[in-house]
Design a protein around this ligand. Structure first.
Ligand SMILES: [Zn+2]
Ligand SMILES: [Zn+2]
Length: 348
C-alpha cells in the first residue's frame, strides 16, 4: 500500500505547504505541524500498511495500491513519492523511504507551484523566437515539483602543493635597461575542511542542470520527515555514496589546490607543478533537494526548464524556431515595403 496523509479535519488528502512550512488542507484550511503528521496519520488510519508490492508478471514496474481509492499506482523503480493517477491523492511509498533508503536530510519546498508557473511563462516568453508549443497550457501543466536525491559530502583535505613562480624586475645601468627573471620553487601545505559538497544521486536528472541549480541554502537543511513529500514527486537514489564519491572528490581536490594557490602572492606568475592531495571523507548525508522541472520534447530533442525549489534560481536553454525567425524577418521586410510603397504614392 502507498501511504497518503489525511486531514484530521475533513479526511481529504493533505499536502506540505512551502509558504507556511506546515501541512495544509486545501479544503477545510486545517494546518498541522510536519512533525505531528505521522502520529495523527497512524491514529486515523484503520488499515495496516502492507509494504509488499503487488507482484506483476507482465511488466517490470512495481504496483502499489492507492490508500484513498484502491486503484493501482504504477511507478518506475526509482519513485518514492507520487500521485494516484485515478484520484490524484498524494502517495508515498514508505518502503522506499525507510531503512537504508531513508533520507537523512531534506530542504523542503519553499517556492509554490504558481510561482514556478509564473517563472516558467516568463522564461518561455523571453525568446522572441521560442517555438509556440512551449507556451501551451497543456505543456505548462506538466511542470512538476520533485525532490531530487543528493549526497552531501563532508571532506577533510590535506594538500602539499608545489609551484614554479617567477618574479620579473628591471634595472637601468646608464642607457641600458636590463630585464631579469628570478625563479622560485614555492611549497605550500594546506589543510581545510569542506562541508556539504553536493552530488546528485539520480540517474534521470542531468548532472549539469543539477550543478547549475546550486547553490542551495544549507542553513534550511532539516531532518527528513515523510510528510514533506506529500504533494510532490520524489525519487530514491540510483547511486550510493561510494559510487558518487569521485564526483565530489574531484571538486574538493580543485578547491584545496585553489586554496593553496591563493596563498602564493607577490609573483608575476605562478604555475602549479604538483599537488599531493589526501582526502578523508568524514560524512555523506542522503538528502532530498526541491526542484521544479518541465521537460519538453521539441523536434526530437529534450529541453529542460528547471528551477531551484528553495531559491527560485532558473536554469534552461530555449531552442530557436526557424519558422519564427523567418516570420520575424518577413515582418520587417513587409513593413519596409509598405513604407516604400507609401513614399512611392507620395512622389510618384
Ligand atoms: Zn481538511
Ligand atoms: Zn487513488
Amino acid at each position: 500500500m502507498a501511504e497518503t496523509y489525511k486531514c484530521p479535519g475533513c479526511g481529504a488528502p493533505i499536502t506540505f505547504d512551502g509558504t507556511s512550512g506546515k501541512m495544509a488542507c486545501e479544503y477545510c484550511e486545517t494546518q498541522i505541524d510536519v512533525s505531528a503528521m505521522d502520529k495523527i496519520n497512524d491514529m486515523y488510519s484503520d488499515s495496516v500498511i502492507d509494504e509488499t508490492p503487488v507482484e506483476k508478471e507482465y511488466c517490470s514496474f512495481d504496483g502499489y495500491k492507492c490508500e484513498s481509492c484502491g486503484a493501482e499506482i504504477v511507478t518506475d523503480e526509482h519513485t518514492s513519492a507520487t500521485f494516484c493517477s485515478f484520484c490524484g491523492s498524494p502517495a508515498m511509498i514508505k518502503g522506499r523511504l525507510s531503512g537504508a533508503l531513508k533520507p537523512q536530510k531534506v530542504i523542503p519546498f519553499k517556492i509554490q507551484r504558481d510561482a514556478a508557473v509564473t517563472a516558467y511563462k516568463k522564461w518561455a516568453g523571453k525568446g522572441l523566437v521560442t517555438p509556440s508549443g512551449f507556451r501551451k497550457e497543456s505543456t505548462i501543466e506538466k511542470i512538476t515539483g520533485i525532490y531530487v536525491p543528493f549526497w552531501l559530502y563532508d571532506y577533510g583535505a590535506d594538500a602539499h602543493v608545489s609551484a614554479h613562480a617567477k618574479k620579473r624586475r628591471t634595472d637601468r645601468r646608464g642607457d641600458t635597461i636590463y630585464e631579469h627573471t628570478d625563479h622560485f620553487n614555492v611549497g605550500r601545505h594546506v589543510k581545510a575542511d569542506f562541508d556539504k559538497i553536493p552530488a546528485d544521486a539520480s540517474e534521470k536528472m542531468d548532472d549539469r542542470t543539477m550543478d547549475l541549480l546550486e547553490p542551495y541554502n544549507y542553513s534550511e537543511l532539516t531532518d527528513f520527515q515523510m510528510p514533506y513529500l506529500s504533494g510532490y514527486q520524489s525519487e530514491k537514489f540510483t547511486y550510493d555514496a561510494t559510487q558518487l564519491a569521485p564526483r565530489a572528490e574531484q571538486r574538493v581536490r580543485q578547491y584545496i589546490i585553489d586554496e593553496a594557490r591563493g596563498t602564493i602572492n607577490g609573483y608575476s606568475s605562478v604555475n602549479i607543478v604538483s599537488a599531493n592531495v589526501k582526502l578523508n571523507r568524514r560524512n555523506a548525508a542522503y538528502t532530498l533537494m526541491p526542484v521544479w522541472i518541465l521537460n519538453y520534447n521539441y523536434k526530437g530533442k529534450m529541453h529542460t526548464f528547471a528551477m531551484n525549489g528553495q531559491t527560485g534560481k532558473v536554469v534552461g536553454k530555449l531552442p530557436k524556431s526557424f519558422g519564427k525567425i523567418v516570420a520575424w524577418f518577413g515582418g520587417i521586410f513587409a513593413s519596409v515595403s509598405a513604407i516604400l510603397f507609401l513614399l512611392g504614392g507620395l512622389f510618384g
